[in-house]
Design a protein around this ligand. Structure first.
Ligand code: WQD
Length: 338
């Protein structure tokens, strides 16, 4: 029997890559997206790449009536919840917008699931819930702390899910804590399409490489890392997508609630990534080392052994593939989807 999965925010960066993998793995996929920070074109391309059809519903997870209609019309077996806002800086300026979209949206979705008797959820969480870790690598039992409304919204939703599970153990909940998602599908047809000036490192570097930006500003050269620049656990978005498929399979074994680090377990610095991108694009990329960005931590990378053991998942793609695939997407789509 084909499982039907509702993917909220399925037109987004990680959402579109996950929808592609779900279709390739034989799932029936329904996408709910309000397209506030994504493009329908991403879903057109997912369908053309797979030769399969998505059911696409334009709507917002805060619209409870629309959700109830959706669950009444479709026999949903599980939900993958991506829909939400995710820019740290913006969340500091607009906290209520983040709590409404992310936290209230999650409550609304969970209420609709509860009413419809759908109990299997994969939640898009983030390594940002660990704050500035006291040691490395990070395991899932590390203390959580957050320093901005975006990170707090993710942690609040994790805590809500724990309370929900305590109230009713029939829920099956996989909380996936992403480290730093980068890269694109190897076709170069779908990828990361940030609006405006990219906050994140890789899309910014890609825009320097394609000539849209003058140079990269390296936020800090005096961290206690091998070259003084910030270290992160970059993970290929295709590895991340496969992690979601494995998490859905884990849910069918009625496992209850668990959080999983989705990272490679290796940390790379800003300059490591810049040079890897230079190798991928065959150009020398200009950069300037400037002051640290407020709120940044020096180093952050995962211990991914729990996901390997419980989900039978591990990241397979290395930094060179991340940069080569990101570059192909950027070259083929210098202005993203529009
Ligand atoms: C990576 C490194 C920067 C841009 C954030 C969110 C996290 C998740 C991923 C949503 C750092 C440096 C960056 C630039 C730079 N998002 N950098 N120049 O901050 O690790 O994580 O994005 O889930 O929740 O917190 O990612 O890509 O912004 O930064 O030097 O122009 O690159 O200082 O060391 P970050 P990032």
């Amino acid at each position: 029997m084909t499982s039907t999965v509702l993917v909220t925010g399925g037109a987004g960066y990680i959402g579109s890559h996950t929808c592609l993998r779900l279709l390739e793995c034989g799932y029936r996929v329904i996408v709910l997206d309000n397209f506030s920070n994504s493009s329908p074109e991403a879903l057109n391309r997912v369908q053309s790449l797979t030769g399969k059809t998505l059911e696409i519903i334009t709507g917002d997870v805060n619209d409870g009536a629309a959700l109830n209609t959706l669950f009444a019309r479709h026999q949903i077996d599980a939900v993958v919840h991506f829909a939400g806002l995710k820019a740290v800086g913006e969340s500091v300026a607009e906290p209520l917008m983040y709590y409404h979209n992310n936290v209230s949206g999650a409550v609304s979705l969970l209420q609709a699931m509860q009413s419809a008797g759908v109990r299997d959820l994969v939640f898009s969480s983030s390594a940002t819930v660990y704050g500035d870790p006291a040691s490395l690598p990070i395991t899932e039992d590390f203390p959580t702390s957050t320093t901005n409304p975006y990170g707090r919204s993710k942690l609040m939703i994790e805590e809500m899910l724990r309370d929900l599970y305590r109230s009713d153990a029939s829920w099956n909940l996989a909380l996936l804590r992403y480290f730093n998602p980068v890269g694109a599908h190897p076709s170069g047809q779908i990828g990361e399409d940030p609006a405006g000036i990219p906050n994140n490192l890789l899309p910014y570097i890609a825009q320097v490489a394609v000539g849209r930006r003058e140079h990269l500003s390296v936020f800090g050269g005096d961290y206690e890392t091998h070259d003084g620049t910030g270290v992160r656990d970059y993970i290929h978005v295709m590895d991340l997508a496969e992690g979601h498929v494995k998490a859905l399979q884990w849910l069918t074994r009625k496992q209850g609630l668990a959080a999983f680090n989705l990272g490679t377990g290796s940390g790379y610095s800003v300059l490591d990534m810049l040079h890897a991108f230079e190798r991928a694009c065959g150009k020398t990329l200009a950069y300037q080392i400037v002051d640290r960005r407020p709120g940044d931590v020096g180093s952050c990378y995962a211990d991914p052994t729990l996901a390997a053991r419980e989900l039978d998942w591990k990241a397979e793609r290395g930094v060179n593939a991340m940069c080569a695939d990101a570059w192909r997407w950027q070259q083929q789509n210098p202005n993203g989807y529009n």
